[in-house]
Every structure is written in structure tokens, then in C-alpha cells.
Ligand binder design. Structure first.
Ligand SMILES: [Zn+2]
Length: 59
């Protein structure tokens, strides 16, 4: 069990003005995470349209 990838997306959650990291889901199709304050879920497609960037702003 040592094949864990250190892949993540840095997210600035505009809803609460807080920074957090989200990680790929099991299927590896999306980054999934939630705002640490309001628990809002966020899903970002991996390799999809316009999100090749490492830092992302959630509005
Ligand atoms: Zn929030």
C-alpha cells in the first residue's frame, strides 16, 4: 500500500475565504473535497476543461 500519490489541488474557497487542499477521488476522475468551514462540497474534473492549473478558486 505504498503507491499513494501526492496529488492535490489547492483551493481558495471564496465562500469562507479559506484555503484548503482537495484530493482525487477513488476513480481518479475528479478532485473532491469540501470547505473546512461550511462543509460545502467541491468537485473539479481532472484534466478537464480549463483546470490544468494547480490552484483554483471556488466561487
Ligand atoms: Zn465555505
Amino acid at each position: 500500500m505504498s503507491n499513494a500519490k501526492k496529488k492535490f489541488l489547492g483551493i481558495m474557497f471564496d465562500c469562507c475565504q479559506v484555503y484548503a487542499r482537495i484530493y482525487p477521488n477513488a476513480a481518479g476522475t475528479h478532485y473532491e473535497g469540501r470547505c473546512p468551514r461550511c462543509r460545502r462540497t467541491l468537485k473539479v474534473r481532472i484534466g478537464g476543461e480549463g483546470t490544468g492549473q494547480r490552484f483554483f478558486r471556488a466561487q
